[in-house]
Write a protein that binds this ligand. Sequence first.
Ligand SMILES: NC(=O)c1ccc[n+]([C@@H]2O[C@H](COP(=O)([O-])OP(=O)(O)OC[C@H]3O[C@@H](n4cnc5c(N)ncnc54)[C@H](O)[C@@H]3O)[C@@H](O)[C@H]2O)c1
Ligand SMILES: [Zn+2]
Length: 352
Amino acid sequence: MKTFRIKGRDGRISAVVCRKHALRGGLSAAELKERGALVFTDSNVLALYGSKLKRYLAGIPVHAMPAGEAHKSEETLFSLLRAMAAAGLRRNSVLIVLGGGVPGDVGGLAASLYMRGIDCIQIPTTLLSQVDSSVGGKTAIDFCGIKNLVGAFHQPALVLADPAFFATLPPRELRCGMGEIVKHGALDGEIFDLLEGEENLFDLTFLAGIVPKNIAFKADVVRKDPEERGLRRCLNLGHTTAHAFELTDGKLSHGEYVLLGTFLEAEIARKRTECDEAYLTRLQALCLRALGEIPALPEGKQAARAALFDKKNTRAEEVVLTVPAARGKYEILRMPFESYETALGEALEKLC
Ligand SMILES: NC(=O)c1ccc[n+]([C@@H]2O[C@H](COP(=O)([O-])OP(=O)(O)OC[C@H]3O[C@@H](n4cnc5c(N)ncnc54)[C@H](O)[C@@H]3O)[C@@H](O)[C@H]2O)c1
Ligand SMILES: [Zn+2]
């Protein structure tokens, strides 16, 4: 069992605990009943783990949202808040979120709003939510057609990360989480070495070992910059280009676009930074291995324009990229739009 602690801006300490049998032994049902609690999950996770919930958290009410990003909405948020009120949750009660990043983000936001903030325990069940979304306290819903437009920072009181949940994850969801793991590898040399040295990146025993290292890495970044004022922006590595293709193509998962974005931004960095070229070639090989097969992508011009609308690129006609430069090192590149358009076109040629 490994524990990492993060202090939120309100001074609250959040503990991230990596442990097996999170449902069986991670929580005290008696204490939760005493405080008042509600479990929030989604329809898929309920179908898979509902009987375990009944066994280990007997007597605690459960509210399930329909699965999927399309339901990361105000309707789901308010339906959850109504369920919390109906369950009689009080100021010291607890919302337990069991699921991936979608219920995690909606549940975290509901916990931040209900009675101006109650404790939230996150039990992330996808690879992506264990290594990324459950750690750091960002919560949100999609609103007016814009992803994560309405949200808040609310550190969970506790995150229980249990690798046993990966056994039921479809391969595509594993690959999606691998995108963020490879991104962490591009920022942290130790994670990079472990990934590069592993033949089967999706082996469940390997994943169980590398998840705590990813959580430790993200927890460290969040601890130093809880509100994304500086350092935390490094976590945007590969993401400007990933979001550009996500907006214009949209056929792959977020993590797959992150793998492509990291590959392409490594190529952009090759020509525009004081980089270690041999290392970038190795990082690109890792991205391709994690991706499996190379998808057909729309041409660069169309995607490049979409990059201008990325909400993290605040300046008009300028694209901001966090690019890999050497083992464990990144650089922030600010490029005029035309230069980015050309660079992306050239990088795409390398992919084919
Ligand atoms: N808050 C943050 O810092 C942060 C960071 C990254 C991503 N996110 C958000 O996370 C979301 C994506 O997260 P996600 O990929 O976990 O999505 P998700 O919650 O939709 O889960 C993906 C799919 O896997 C299913 N699932 C979950 N656990 C399962 C299990 N153990 N076995 C089988 N199926 C299971 C879900 O029902 C769903 O169909 C996005 O909305 C994104 O914006 C947030
Ligand atoms: Zn991401």
